[in-house]
Ligand binder design. Structure first.
Ligand code: IDP
Ligand code: MG
Length: 152
């Protein structure tokens, strides 16, 4: 397994509904390492770049309206296989189809209010991390209990 980094964001619905702690704890308890964390109201320019692949989709402008409508909690998480593992923790895009135990399966109903974003692959992760964070906002550190999570 390779150590990877991924970009995760709690969308405005998750922040408004007071779900920040509930979501963070799932990544912390899994054992991943938090490398960057900030809350911001994204600009339209940032949101349009972030969702650029969906530019031609009918839901694009509504999605950009929604994601810029309030604070988003942006994060970078690191660990073995974190990119696909984060997607599993998050669950399917349509919350009613997301498995119970996943974030969307437990905490959401509607595709347009699915509380969280996670990068879908290595290239997207690298692009999204550099889009949302400057390098000085990312911390290099070793958790004191690292040897209890990862066999060396
Ligand atoms: P993902 O967030 O699981 O990666 P994507 O297909 O990349 O899902 O779509 C990005 C986001 O766009 C979704 O999380 C959802 O908020 C929104 N979205 C996708 N499809 C629809 C739709 O059909 N209606 C409304 N919003 C949608
Ligand atoms: Mg996606």
């Amino acid at each position: 397994m390779t150590v990877e980094r991924t970009f995760v964001a709690i969308k405005p619905d998750g922040v408004q509904r007071g779900l920040i702690g509930e979501i963070l704890i799932r990544f912390e308890h899994k054992g991943f390492k938090l490398i960057g964390l900030k809350q911001l109201v994204p600009t339209r320019e940032l949101a349009e770049k972030h969702y650029g692949v969906h530019r031609e989709r009918p839901f694009f402008s509504g999605l950009v309206d929604f994601i810029t409508s309030g604070p988003v909690v942006a994060m970078v998480w690191e660990g073995d296989g974190v990119i696909s593992s984060a997607r599993k923790l998050i669950g399917a895009t349509k919350p009613l189809e997301a498995e119970p135990g996943t974030i969307r399966g437990d905490l959401a109903i509607n595709i347009g209010r699915n509380v969280i974003h996670g990068s879908d692959g290595p290239d997207t992760a690298a692009f999204e991390i550099s889009l949302w964070f400057n390098s000085e906002e990312l911390s290099e550190w070793t958790p004191s209990d690292q040897s209890w999570r990862v066999e060396s």
